[in-house]
Design a protein around this ligand. Sequence first.
Ligand SMILES: [Zn+2]
Length: 366
Amino acid sequence: MLLEPTADGLWCEAGGFHVDPWRPVPLAVVTHAHADHATPGCGRYLASERTLDVMRVRFSKDLEGSPMDWGTPTDLGRCRVSLHPAGHVLGSAQIRIECDDDVLCVTGDYKREDDPTAEPFEVVPCDTLLTESTFGLPIYRWPDPSTVFDKMNAWWRENAAAGRTTVFLSYAFGKAQRILAGLDASIGPIGVHGSLVGPNSVYTRAGIRLPDVLRADADSAAMLAGGGAIVCPPSATGTPWIRRFNGPEGARMGFVSGWMQVRGRRRWRAVDRGFILSDHADWDGLISTVRASGASRVGVTHGSSEVLARYLREKLELETFVVPTRYVGESPPTSASPNDASTGEGVEDPREDPGEDSREDKGGAA
Ligand SMILES: [Zn+2]
């Protein structure tokens, strides 16, 4: 196969590069800037321009990277490599690798729903498809995102009328900007955690329309308390930082994630509402993508790999294999921990520590 699993991640011998390595390597081709796909410290990166922008905001502004235009091949060793939109988050790409008449496509994380904050998914015809399967169980079928945003805005309106601050818990890059783009700013002021500021700037520079937001801090607390909505990572819950935004009747927490489809998972955190909004393909999205690719061999990675692989083998009569992932045994479907960083799906990045803001409290701020 064109890609082989190694201790550093997927390695392409014919092209001399790694795909989404989890340890520093000389040359990394990266699908997107979530922490479980983009690792700092590599010699050089090839990725979409937006992915490099986000990585520079999150890792280092001096990061050595060359942007690849959508669909324009680059020769690496004996391979022709090109990027195609994955629809997961801004800049997220599938990687198409062509070598000796063999075409392999790595999807990275992807979704098929409309999302005004990400380039729409493109079907890539190939011989071998490596697909993610974060939500690779038939129970996962997403509602129409527009109905979810209607519910989120209605809940915010209700909370504001009752003097309760509304808090949406979400991953700081990708999901958070999708939420911001879907909120109705006429309801009240919107505040964001400090970890959203960098990613937000990349979206705005890319021409994605986000509402005007306040950085949620001591200065904006009085304005946000009660009628405002705050978007922040789950790690901010229970901190002094979040409590300073409580309205006269307190605050309500909503968790925005595909995991909210499973009732039991709502107990993961002390949240008042769960909103089912995912940046990953649901079961039907996974199956239809595999079919559309025309691939005869399908590698499955991330999440419920075995279940999806068995379905593809038995129902679609495809050759399948399971690709090892970085956090083997720790992915959310088999874990009791909400703090798993393996999917970027409503879970927190260990680097997204609200501590910086929390520490401001020690200075006696409101
Ligand atoms: Zn991701």
